[in-house]
Design a binder for this molecule. Structure first.
Ligand code: GDG
Length: 477
């Protein structure tokens, strides 16, 4: 066993992908994510290695025989094995068919099954046990997201010496919705194992605190609640992006050239609209396509000078609701192109594949208008990435009021995705906006994103938990 770490991240996935070469040898490739970029510098500020506990992304035969930890670029990775049935029940089932829809306003109905819950408990315990064995005395353990909400309490039970933080990347629902969950009490108690529970928005933190009163009979006061003689704090920490890495890519001549090429291939239209999302029913892909279609039907825009690109990255393809969504989106794209596309020039360029990051950035540079219309979204990083890449200060962002990002990005064209007429009006407004108006909005958006990047997010969380722990210790003297 590698030596113990005093900064441990616990997340469903490890920040690497397993690559099996032609010779059958396994190697690991770092998957570039905002989270790992944000926490790495903080880990390096401390002596010794940071550690990351997570699932490697494929099914294991023997969950009782964990894969040995290994070092990857200065980070010690601890793979947590999941059996095929656990992937179905804990991950696809409870995480993505019970919690995901429930926490996103139940846009599609959430399903609850006891077997899924039992798997969720068992897998959370496995993650907690792994974290407990990795963390040094008094270490900081940062648990992430809805798949692992029981881990804070399970970990505290084994290791009361630890500083435990939890961050939820998706929305936390209002008490009326959360009340559906047959295991609502256990989830709240799980989260209360942390010293600090972080949410994307103040609304999420308020929902959580109110639930501790309504469901557990606790007495929250301000941003804190007392439980078992400890103080647990809940606050919002809006996540962001690694701005400099996007600026760097957007500055590269070959990426800029690729953006020009993309526009040229589209027929050099006057306006390029862009959507980039995981293919998820929360993201409102259908509504933006329908808005575009109606504007074309009504002759208010013309497919010869207004073109849309929609990248819909494959996601959770074994979950039924995602298969249905894919069929619906693809049917709509086919209908629009059948009516309005020309040979070699579709009205909607639809891509259902994952793309390299530099191609994503080239698309950001090629697009006049970024369309982000989720029905509910914890934050939405795509909106922030688009802003960071617009080095020449042009471009417009259409942004749903129901994305966490809308709280900060007030100079976007804000829109209610449930109101299709409103979406259409905002499309036209953004398409017709004078350059000066675009630039004024973009300047203000860029100030916001540059100042609050992901390093700032991580540092604020870590500073807060350090202060809270100190206050708690002083308070108990
Ligand atoms: C969850 C919450 C919250 C997308 N397609 C490709 C690709 N992407 C990248 C984007 C962006 C990321 O994936 C998506 O992040 P979002 O924030 O937009 O959405 P979720 O995946 O739903 O994330 C969300 C987030 O967690 C963080 O807390 O903001 O609310 O739902 O970075 O650029 N990247 C590459 N190829 C693709 O095809 N390389």
């Amino acid at each position: 066993m590698a030596h113990k770490s005093d900064f441990v991240v616990v997340a469903n996935r490890l920040p690497v992908d397993r690559i099996v070469g032609g010779d059958g040898q396994t190697s690991w490739r770092r998957s570039p994510g905002g989270l790992v970029t944000a926490v790495e510098p903080l880990m390096r500020q401390r002596e010794g290695n940071g550690a990351w506990v997570g699932w490697a992304g494929d099914a294991s035969d023997g969950v009782d025989e964990p894969i040995a930890p290994f070092d990857n670029d200065g980070l010690t990775l601890y793979p947590v094995p999941l059996a095929a049935q656990e992937i179905e029940e804990y991950y696809e089932g409870f995480s993505n068919t019970s919690l995901w829809p429930l926490y996103h306003d139940a846009i599609v109905p959430a399903e609850y099954h006891r077997a899924w819950w039992n798997a969720y408990v068992a897998v959370n315990q496995r993650f907690a046990d792994a974290a407990a064995s990795v963390a040094a005395e008094g270490a900081f353990v940062w648990v992430h997201d809805y798949q692992l909400q029981l881990v804070p309490a399970m970990l505290r039970q084994k290791r009361p010496d630890l500083r435990i933080g939890f961050f939820l990347h998706i929305p936390f629902p209002p008490t009326e919705l959360f009340g559906q969950l047959p295991w609502r009490r256990q989830i709240l108690e799980g989260l209360l194992g942390a010293d600090l529970v972080g949410f994307q928005t103040p609304g999420g933190a308020a929902n959580f605190l109110r639930l501790t009163r309504d469901r557990l009979g606790l007495k929250p006061s301000g941003a804190a609640v007392q439980v078992d003689g400890r103080t647990v704090r809940a606050r919002s920490y809006p996540i962001s992006i690694d701005v400099s890495s996007f600026v760097e890519l957007a500055s590269m001549p070959e990426v800029q050239e690729r953006a020009r090429q993309i526009r040229h291939d589209l027929g050099d239209p006057r306006t390029v609209l862009l959507g980039i999302d995981r293919l998820d029913y929360t993201k409102g892909i259908g509504i933006r396509l329908e808005a575009l279609e109606e504007l074309l039907d009504e002759d208010r825009i013309d497919a010869s000078d207004t073109v849309m690109i929609q990248v819909a990255t494959p996601s959770r393809e074994r979950v039924e609701q995602y298969r249905v969504l894919r069929e619906n989106v693809e049917r709509t794209v086919g209908r629009i192109n059948g009516s309005y596309g020309a040979v070699g020039n579709p009205a909607v360029n639809y891509i259902h594949r994952s793309m390299p990051r530099d191609e994503i950035v080239a698309l950001y540079l090629a697009a006049d208008i970024m369309v982000v219309t989720p029905f509910r979204d914890g934050m939405n990083l795509v909106a922030k990435e688009y802003i960071a890449c617009r080095l020449d200060g042009t471009g417009s962002l259409i942004l749903s009021e129901f994305a966490g990002a809308a709280r900060e990005l007030k100079n976007a064209y804000l829109v209610n995705p449930y109101d299709i007429e409103g979406v259409k009006e905002v499309f036209l407004e953004a398409i017709e906006a004078p350059r000066a108006e675009q630039r004024r909005r973009m300047r203000s958006l860029q100030r916001q994103v540059t100042k609050h990047d992901v390093a700032h997010w991580a540092q604020t969380f870590v500073d807060d938990i350090t202060r809270i722990r100190r206050e708690n210790r002083e308070g108990s003297r």
